[in-house]
Design a protein around this ligand. Structure first.
Ligand code: SAH
Ligand code: SF4
Length: 335
């Protein structure tokens, strides 16, 4: 909730500054329970606690990987669960959060797609995942810097209003006080929403899941391309108003023998010509029901070599494979 929402929750007749007190208590002091907010008079606390809930997600299960990755299954107020992943990386940890329960975008290589969409998350549930993981790992306590990527379950741009509201709360110095530079939202390419995102005053960095080098191949792998064509997606990327410090990121999941040839790599380079961007390659994380194979490491390296001549290009190493925490695998929660 933003301050204006909190005003509506307070008992009638309370002074306006109470909403700001409540806001700071929830996000800065990270209280779990309305009764704990010591800056509010006891009467207001009791009244609030009797009719309002913070609605923070609760721990359902936690899985630890041998590589340090932690996967959390978090329970929402309605009993549904979402997955949130912490990936420690030396100096800087990355928290991967979900934007929806399931996903309506039917990408053929993604396990979340097999769930369909159950519902979108509220802004509170998006921020709540960050608060939960931050508290569980002392991330905010010692001012340890961390990055947030909206690359868990769901298509964030199909829940853009809540994603933007959550971003405002995360970036507000009165709340979590993160920098926009440390939050990234990843999309399968919802063209009109990319334009809308570009107009938001406070917004995360943008990553686009490209995953194919031709219109036809992309339509096969990501059927959403039939609605929003690759050509229009690339046009939206070219028109996107980057801030002076910002680059676009393109993600490319490599599927053995499908989209990983030298010719694909050369076409990717042509698609990205004159864009201020970088590319992250991800070798497919296989899973049951996914009809593709992971390419050999040499193929991944050869693909990278071709792209790297023109655009910065990195290989994203899979994290938490032993606990099914790698990208696209979050649906699998029976580990
Ligand atoms: N819906 C958004 C964000 C969540 S998916 C999007 O599609 O961008 C996050 C990333 O995981 C995307 O780049 C997607 O292409 C990738 N991904 C999905 N399934 C995968 C799999 N099985 N192996 C590797 N990466 C996968
Ligand atoms: Fe949804 Fe992203 Fe998976 Fe596609 S890759 S189904 S958009 S979560």
């Amino acid at each position: 909730m933003e301050v204006s929402d909190l005003r509506q929750v307070l008992p009638a007749g309370e002074p306006a500054y109470r909403a700001a007190q409540l806001y700071r208590a929830i996000y800065r002091q990270k209280v779990e329970n309305l009764i704990q907010i010591s800056t509010l008079p006891a009467g207001v606390r009791d009244e609030l606690a009797s009719h309002a809930e913070l609605g923070l997600p609760e721990l359902d299960r936690r899985f630890e990987s041998i590589d340090g990755t932690r996967r959390y299954l978090l329970r929402l107020a309605d009993g549904r669960t979402v997955e949130t992943v912490l990936m420690p990386e030396g100096e800087r940890d990355t928290v991967c959060i979900s934007s929806q329960v399931g996903c309506p975008v039917d990408c053929k290589f993604c396990m979340t797609a097999l769930m369909g969409l159950e519902r979108s998350l509220t802004a509170g549930e998006i921020v709540g995942q960050v608060l939960f993981v931050a508290r569980d790992n002392g991330l905010l306590a010692d001012d340890k810097r961390f990055n947030i990527v909206m690359m868990g379950m769901g298509e964030p741009l199909l829940n853009l209003a809540n994603v933007l509201k959550a971003t405002r709360i995360l970036c507000d110095p009165e709340a979590i006080g993160m920098s926009e530079r440390r939050i990234t939202v990843s999309t399968s390419g919802i063209v009109p929403k990319i334009e809308e995102l570009g107009k938001a005053e406070v917004r995360p960095k943008l990553a686009v899941s490209l995953n194919a080098s031709t219109e036809e191949s992309r339509q096969g792998l990501m059927p959403i391309t039939r609605k929003w064509h690759l050509k229009d997606l690339m046009e939206a990327c070219r028109a996107y108003p980057l801030r002076p410090w910002e680059k676009l990121t393109f993600e490319y999941v490599l599927l053995g023998g499908v989209n990983d040839s030298d010719a694909d790599a050369r076409r990717v380079v042509r698609l990205l010509a004159n864009l201020n961007c970088k590319v992250n390659l991800i070798a497919l994380n296989p899973g049951p029901g996914i009809p593709y194979e992971t390419p050999a490491p040499e193929r991944v390296a050869a693909f990278q070599e071709i792209v790297r001549r023109s655009v910065p290009c990195f290989i994203r190493k899979p994290r938490g494979l032993d606990i099914f925490a790698a990208c696209g695998q979050l649906k699998r929660n029976s580990a």
